[in-house]
Unconditional design. Structure first.
Ligand code: GRG
Length: 324
């Protein structure tokens, strides 16, 4: 993302040096491997950007940024084991390249390494970062468990779904930004507003991910369009369609989400039709808009210059337009 470029080049160097330990190779090689696969590095760049915008040299936030990226990558390794996923960032997942036990242990080591980066801060900042980080990590765990529970439930409410994506994904974006504000020693009220900005934008982003999975352009989406339909994942579109559609539409959807045809093209096309005819597609767009508007309204209230607010707004817009 253009706006994050300045931070990404500093991050690139720091990440390459972050894991200096070599032995045992079986423990540290997978960590170096997943970090070298890249990814968009949105979260650590946000930590640096937020620190910068609250008026402190963004390099002072590098340790917090490294912690958040290590944590994110650790959660991806464990998530891929749970999902039995073969590919991550276009390459073999850690448990495929090595094995499941190696992936578990390397992931665990990454979580500890993430906390160690906080030791570079003086006690007051250290405590604030660690407290936020622990709370956030626990919420991510809770979000993951809810997501797993939802797979076998057929009565998930919209509120429960939003709560799940908030915890599984959005709180980490909020925390990434708040950490930058903590290192910059911003006012408590502003720390909380920037946290809520990141969190609401994170919810909007995840809902948009659900939407693009069905209606996205295959050239620009970056993932297989229809992937959630193929794997029978009950996203917001499914929940909205069950809630808003006719009895016949709901029954057909329930049936389609219980089968796994060899050629999924017809299934994808029918589900897409029902999402449109039931009003679920429109209702999802309204929901995305609601959380984006909320995020931008919070930004307006923060005590930083108009120029910096515009930069945050541009970041939010480019995240939602997927120019990442
Ligand atoms: C917190 C102790 C503890 C355990 C973790 C495995 C797990 C429990 C949680 C899973 C969390 C998870 C993988 C959430 C998905 C978040 C998400 C949107 C990932 C994709 O992020 P991008 O697009 O990826 O930023 P890149 O590859 O660009 O970094």
């Amino acid at each position: 993302m253009e706006i994050l470029k300045k931070y990404n080049s500093v991050l690139q160097d720091s990440l390459a040096d972050a894991i200096a330990i070599e032995e045992p190779h079986q423990l540290y090689d997978p960590i170096k491997y997943i970090l070298a696969l890249g990814g968009k590095r949105i979260r650590p760049a946000l930590t640096l950007m937020t620190c910068d915008f609250f008026g402190k040299d963004f390099k002072t936030a590098i340790n917090a940024a490294l912690a958040i990226e290590l944590f994110h990558n650790f959660s991806l390794i464990h998530d891929d084991i749970m999902d039995n996923a073969p590919i991550r960032r276009g390459k073999k997942t850690v448990h495929e390249k090595w094995d499941v036990n190696t992936a578990i242990l390397s992931g665990d080591a990454m979580l500890i390494l993430a906390y160690q980066f906080f030791e570079n801060y003086e006690p007051k900042i250290f405590q604030e970062l660690a407290r936020l980080f622990s709370r956030t990590a626990l919420q991510v765990c809770e979000g993951q468990q809810h997501d797993m529970d939802f797979e076998t439930r057929d009565n998930v409410t919209m509120t429960e779904y939003i709560h799940m994506i908030d915890h599984k994904t959005a709180v980490l974006l909020g925390a990434a930004m708040k950490m930058g504000a903590i290192v910059a020693e911003a006012r408590d009220i502003d720390k909380n507003k920037i946290y809520e900005f990141g969190r609401n934008l994170g919810i909007a982003f995840q809902l948009q991910d659900d939407y693009l999975d069905v209606f996205g352009n295959p050239e620009t989406f970056g993932k297989q369009v229809g992937g959630d339909i193929i794997s029978n994942k009950k996203t917001i579109l499914y929940l909205m369609a069950i809630q808003k559609g006719t009895v016949a539409e709901a029954e057909e959807l329930e049936h389609l989400f219980s089968i796994n045809p060899k050629n999924p093209e017809d299934k994808i096309a029918t589900v897409r039709e029902i999402f449109l005819s039931s009003g679920a597609a429109q209702a999802t767009r309204t929901e995305i808009e609601k959380y984006s508007v909320k995020a931008f309204a919070l930004l307006q209230e923060i005590d930083i210059t108009e120029e910096r607010k515009t930069m945050f707004r541009n970041f939010g817009n480019s995240l939602m337009q997927r120019n990442v």
